[in-house]
Design a protein around this ligand. Structure first.
Ligand SMILES: Cc1cc2nc3c(=O)[nH]c(=O)nc-3n(C[C@H](O)[C@H](O)[C@H](O)COP(=O)(O)OP(=O)(O)OC[C@H]3O[C@@H](n4cnc5c(N)ncnc54)[C@H](O)[C@@H]3O)c2cc1C
Length: 407
């Protein structure tokens, strides 16, 4: 294409930043193309789920049409840019652990009080076979950081090579850095409106507020990519997306931790009844363990900077994981955090494609649920093709098209 293009990306999460990367590395990207990424936070990029997620990358994630694109892209990016050292890329084992928690010395942190909370649903993509294998198998020799005496069942959930990980903040920041090296621009700004040319039905620009001063600005655009995660309906209200808040903590354990991601089911004995907690634990290469609890549907605040951390929810995660691992119990708590998953209200998703029923040139890329870190490269590659080539040819993403979700 010879005419000048200005692509504006709304949202500096993993989807927005990775999209900036794939656009700026597409063969058709040239000096005729301007890319601007706008992010609403006063702090910078990836202050939401994209900086605070676990970072699991799995062949068994869903939806398959995006996973099949994204998993090989993650491998390619890691090889090209030394992802191992730059964003903590590595393969790791993934297992299901069931057992009991050692009774905490003190109670009252909220452990076990999870009635309103629900799983993040990462394991929905697995077939049922792995569950049946549980009973027969014991702990692997190198999984020495959960208490064997408290273990009832352990089973591997996926073959070696099918599960990997990144540090999501480092990955996201790297994608934007590489895009900036090619000329993409980062601008702090909370988009308040997408403007359309009524004579052509095409996007014409966006209005945004400076996050510090609140001053309004307008920039012209030939394409707008809406990648604002759970905030996307604040800009396009017809999107059926809701936010689920989830808490997580990171712990620096005592001793070296072997590379496992564990999906746990921990039986907690309280005075009145037996309850269960299901924290996910991911060992990271820098010997940090990421532990996340369940999600709960909650009002998405005005900006990512306003997300509140419920200390009792973090205490509950810490108490539960301390009950099954001495290394975590004696470790140093590093981060206590909360963030919102963008969930499609009516099932399915994410939503990826041109929302031409709203405006030509408006690309929606949101609703990635619990697998947005995994599925970012496939999403971004498809969007770059859509903008520069007029169609997505790297895969068939018809089922994710906005027409299925927007009136
Ligand atoms: C606890 C937890 C664990 C997870 N673990 C994993 C995992 O292991 N593997 C995996 O694949 N996925 C995981 N996920 C899911 C993953 O984190 C999300 O799917 C992904 O981060 C979504 O990315 P995003 O860019 O769409 O949204 P976000 O990360 O929310 O980014 C959206 C950005 O848009 C900005 N924004 C909002 N409104 C505006 C506006 N008006 N103008 C400009 N900018 C705006 C926000 O400030 C934000 O920075 C996890 C999620 C949670 C909550």
């Amino acid at each position: 294409m010879s005419s000048t293009q200005h692509i504006v990306i709304i949202g500096g999460g993993i989807i927005g930043c990775t999209t900036a990367y794939y656009l700026s590395h597409h063969p058709a990207y040239s000096s005729n193309t301007k890319i601007t990424l706008l992010e609403a936070s006063k702090v910078g990029i990836a202050q939401g789920a994209s900086g605070k997620a676990g970072g699991l990358i799995a062949k068994w994630a869903y939806p398959k049409e995006l996973v099949n694109l994204s998993f090989p892209e993650h491998i390619k990016l890691a090889e090209k840019y030394d992802g191992e050292n730059r964003w903590g890329w590595r393969f790791l084992e993934c297992g299901s652990w069931e057992g009991r928690a050692r009774a905490p010395e003190e109670t009252g942190t909220g452990a076990g009080k999870q009635d309103k909370r629900k799983s993040l649903e990462k394991t929905l993509g697995l077939d049922e076979g792995w569950k049946k294998k549980r009973a027969a198998l014991g702990l692997p020799d190198d999984l020495d950081w959960v208490d064997e005496a408290l273990t009832d069942h352990y089973s591997s959930m996926a073959p070696t090579g099918d599960t990997a990980q990144v540090h999501p903040y480092l990955f996201t920041a790297s994608m934007l850095d590489f895009a900036k090296e090619k000329g993409a621009t980062f601008t702090p700004g909370r988009v308040t409106e997408i403007r359309t040319d009524s004579s052509t039905g095409t996007v014409s620009g966006v209005v945004y507020a400076d996050p510090i001063t609140g001053e309004l600005h307008v920039i012209d655009a030939t394409h707008v990519v809406l990648a604002a995660g759970p905030w996307s309906p604040h800009i396009l209200p017809s999107l059926p997306i809701i936010g689920t808040r989830a808490h997580s903590v990171t712990i620096r354990p005592t001793g070296k931790i072997s590379p496992y991601a564990l999906f746990t089911e921990i039986v907690l004995d309280s005075d009145e009844r037996s309850t269960q907690a299901t924290p996910e634990l991911y060992a990271r290469p820098d010997n940090e363990v990421y532990c996340c609890g369940p999600g709960e549907i909650s009002q998405v605040p005005k900006t990512v900077d306003d997300v509140e951390v419920d200390q009792a929810a973090c205490d509950s995660i810490i108490e539960n994981v301390s009950g099954i691992s001495e290394q975590l119990r004696d470790g140093k708590i590093d981060k206590r955090q909360a963030c919102f998953l963008p969930i499609i209200d009516i099932s399915g998703g994410p939503i990826v494609g041109e929302a031409d029923s709203v405006a030509k040139g408006l690309i929606v890329a949101t609703g990635h649920g619990c697998w947005g870190i995994c599925n970012a490269p496939g999403t971004a590659k498809a969007i770059a093709e859509l903008i520069f080539e007029g169609k997505i040819s790297c895969g068939n993403l018809d089922s994710l098209h906005p027409s299925h979700y927007l009136a």
